[in-house]
Design a protein around this ligand. Structure first.
Ligand SMILES: Nc1ncnc2c1ncn2[C@@H]1O[C@H](COP(=O)(O)OP(=O)(O)OP(=O)(O)O)[C@@H](O)[C@H]1O
Ligand SMILES: [Mg+2]
Length: 239
């Protein structure tokens, strides 16, 4: 049985999609059969970071509405053969989607994949209640700013109330050039504030941004520092 992990955050733009795509790639390179589910209904984005935007015929909305079977909406990555994507509608909502649909979906996906990473939208109460239903774990992304750290603490409490108790976080866009004072939160402040295991730190790096935009995940660059970092995080998340 596979594991369903949410890539989520309490603030926008913290790196949820970047982590979903690169952790998924790193896990597939470790030999796991991996699915990335894009849960950004109405504004999907994982397809672009994976270079798969021209290949989507069916999506989660078609599965929920009964237009197609689950397996038909799941597409395999061109280069990384153990990596798959289940996308969602680009410009429309999925009418009537609720926690029951999501719980059933995760159950079906656990039987097909070793690891399912759900790329979540900003995780505020209403949508969080829906897409967290039946998930096994959550990786919360924070950036080194006070707002993001506070929102991560709040998200962690909400997830626990909703029954997702295996919680981790990672710090994205850390930058060594930040001043060594309280102007921005440092590592010690962040680790004291967020009271769940830290699985990794990714620095601010233009190569990540370029890789996202060119549709070639940075974790695919074998032997690179970033590939190692994402691979190490996968090991911490699945063990
Ligand atoms: N470590 C990094 N270094 C440089 N750029 C980054 C890094 N991580 C993410 N980015 C860039 O920051 C932007 C936001 O990243 P991403 O799309 O992964 O965030 P998100 O949390 O999924 O956003 P949203 O809330 O809109 O879904 C993107 O332009 C991405 O390329
Ligand atoms: Mg995103």
């Amino acid at each position: 049985m596979g594991k369903v992990i949410l890539s989520c955050s309490g603030s926008g733009g913290t790196g949820k999609t970047t982590f979903a795509v690169n952790l998924g790639t790193a896990a597939a390179l470790r030999g796991l059969k991996v699915l990335i589910v894009d849960m950004n209904i109405g504004r999907r984005n994982a397809d672009i970071y994976l270079g798969m935007e021209d290949r989507i015929l069916f999506d989660l909305g078609d599965v929920i509405s009964g237009l197609c079977k689950l397996d038909k909406a799941i597409i395999q990555h061109d280069v990384c053969e153990d990596l798959y994507l289940l996308s969602c509608p680009q410009f429309r909502d999925i009418d009537g989607i609720g926690p029951g649909h999501i719980k059933a979906l995760y159950g079906a996906l656990r039987e097909r994949f070793d690891l399912v990473i759900v790329d979540c939208p900003v995780s505020v109460s209403g949508v969080l209640r829906i897409f967290s239903c039946g998930a096994d774990a959550a990786l919360m992304l924070t950036t080194p700013d006070y707002l993001s750290v506070r929102n991560t603490e709040a998200l962690s409490e909400k997830l626990e109330v909703l029954g997702v108790t295996e919680l981790y976080y990672a710090i994205n866009r850390m930058d060594r050039s930040y001043p060594d004072n309280d102007a921005v939160p440092d590592l010690s402040f962040i680790t004291k504030s967020i009271n769940v295991p830290l699985v990794g730190i990714i620095t601010e790096d233009i190569t990540i941004h370029s890789a996202n935009n060119s549709g070639c995940p940075i974790a695919l660059v074998s032997g690179s520092d970033m590939a190692h970092r994402f691979s190490d995080m996968v090991a911490r998340l699945i063990n």
